[in-house]
Design a protein around this ligand. Structure first.
Ligand SMILES: NC(=O)c1ccc[n+]([C@@H]2O[C@H](COP(=O)([O-])OP(=O)(O)OC[C@H]3O[C@@H](n4cnc5c(N)ncnc54)[C@H](O)[C@@H]3O)[C@@H](O)[C@H]2O)c1
Ligand SMILES: O=P(O)(O)OC[C@@H](O)[C@@H](O)[C@H](O)[C@H](O)CO
Length: 389
């Protein structure tokens, strides 16, 4: 029987990564989005192209066998599709999970197929699927909650592929880097077994993979973005060409590498090779990845388990060095009032009003160091009306 995957979020990573590999695994993909232009473009086309760009040239794959539904206008259709699907994935952004949970909960609730639905959130965050699972629980009747596990299984994932914002005239086509890594935990599937998706690297324990990814790829990426934005650079590749910024990125990665090696027992040499690959990837001039895309949502990125405070807090707990990470925090705090980024506007307001920001506990060994950095950025804003550097 034909396999069906429902994918929430027809954006960059949705079309350029998740759908590509679901398609390659033989799934029909039903895209769910709330943007009329994306949905009608998908409904009006039979295929789109994913082009890998690298120094070695370009390679293009054609994606077919998909449909699309607007969940804003056709919620019942989405519920019906979920009730008969094999897999649900999403790449909508961590802050959107609570909005897609109600419709997924309704679709799961009316399932009568013998095999449970496999739910895999593909967001840049620790425990993305668990967070979605929590919201789905909140939207499920308490009696039905007791048997939810018979209808759906929830597995966390780590997803890695750089997909920049696409040119306005590119339509559905996506230009993307060649490298990819999609790691998913196996335990939640128990005796049912995980879905057959060859691109996925299935692992027993996800934490080393997601922390290594988030605290290497995303920490360095965001560091280059915030320092780059501050220095007037347009793209990450341009920022990485600047010897000062490149040096800072190396310093930050030295700190996170020391945590990854210490905490997860990954060999120092293996981590160094991973770091070298990441530096090469984020420096890829063919991607034209803007500092605004990579720096987007600074408040999310300053979160407790996120790419800066997450590793810095763990380093502080171990009595290890975290000063370079604090420099990235400082630059993230300066990412204010950036056009098109609501969080950067909210951040400017929060810094004026002294509201809590990172969720770091007052008693934590990192707390006073972060307060100092916040104070510094705030005092400059007060002196000059805007941050000085
Ligand atoms: N772009 C990358 O390089 C990359 C790589 C790995 C992981 N990610 C993660 O993937 C997620 C998506 O990132 P992206 O770059 O593709 O962003 P994007 O903005 O290109 O795509 C997000 C899509 O979600 C849709 N959406 C918003 N609200 C929705 C809702 N309620 N229901 C259905 N769809 C909704 C948007 O309309 C948009 O099409 C993020 O968590 C990001 O961190 C991105
Ligand atoms: O998606 P964000 O906002 O969490 O982070 C921005 C980029 O660092 C991110 O999208 C990377 O391109 C991606 O994580 C690479 O795998």
């Amino acid at each position: 029987m034909a396999k069906k995957a429902i994918h929430f979020g027809g954006g960059n990573i949705g079309r350029g990564f998740v759908a590509e590999f679901l398609h390659a695994a033989g799934y029909e993909v039903v895209f769910i989005d709330v943007m009329d232009n994306i949905i009608s473009a998908l409904q009006d086309s039979k295929s789109y192209q994913v082009t890998e760009v690298s120094e070695a040239g370009e390679a293009t794959k054609t994606i077919t066998n998909y449909r699309a539904i607007n969940s804003k206008t056709h919620e019942q259709d989405v519920i019906q599709e979920i009730s008969t699907a094999d897999v649900v994935t999403c790449a909508v952004g961590p802050n959107i999970l609570k909005f897609i949970a109600p419709v997924i909960a309704k679709g799961i609730d009316i399932r009568s197929t013998p095999k449970p639905l496999a739910v895999i959130a593909c967001e840049n965050m620790i425990g993305g699927t668990s967070t979605l699972h929590g919201f789905i629980n909140d939207n499920t009747d308490s009696e039905r909650l007791k048997t939810l596990g018979e209808r759906a299984q929830f597995a966390n994932s780590a997803i890695d592929r750089i997909v920049p914002a696409q040119a306005p005239d590119s339509g559905l086509n996506v230009r993307i880097e060649k490298f990819y890594e999609w790691v998913v935990e196996t335990a939640p599937f128990g005796s049912v077994g995980h879905p057959d998706i060859p691109a996925i690297h299935w692992v027993d324990h996800l934490e080393p993979y997601i922390e290594r990814k988030l605290f290497t790829v995303n920490t360095s990426h965001a560091t280059a973005a915030y320092y780059g934005k501050h220095a007037g650079k347009k793209t990450i590749a341009e920022a990485m060409k600047d010897s000062y910024i490149r040096g800072v990125v190396h310093d930050v990665l030295e700190e996170t590498a020391s945590l990854i090696v210490d905490k997860h027992g990954i060999a120092a040499q293996e981590q160094q090779e991973y770091v070298d690959t990441i530096i090469q990837r984020i420096s890829n001039p063919y991607l034209e990845d803007s500092v605004e895309r990579v720096g987007r949502a600074p408040m999310r990125k300053l979160g407790r388990k996120e790419r800066f405070i997450g590793p810095a807090a763990q380093l502080a707990e171990r009595g290890m060095k975290y000063e370079a990470l604090l420099g990235s925090v400082e630059m993230a705090l300066r990412f204010q009032n950036v056009e098109g980024d609501d969080e950067s506007v909210a951040l400017a307001k929060i810094l004026k009003e002294n509201s809590p920001l990172t969720g770091l506990e007052r008693t934590h060994p990192l707390f006073s160091a972060v307060v100092k950095v916040v104070d510094q950025v705030q005092s400059e804003a007060k002196e000059t009306g805007q941050p000085r550097i």
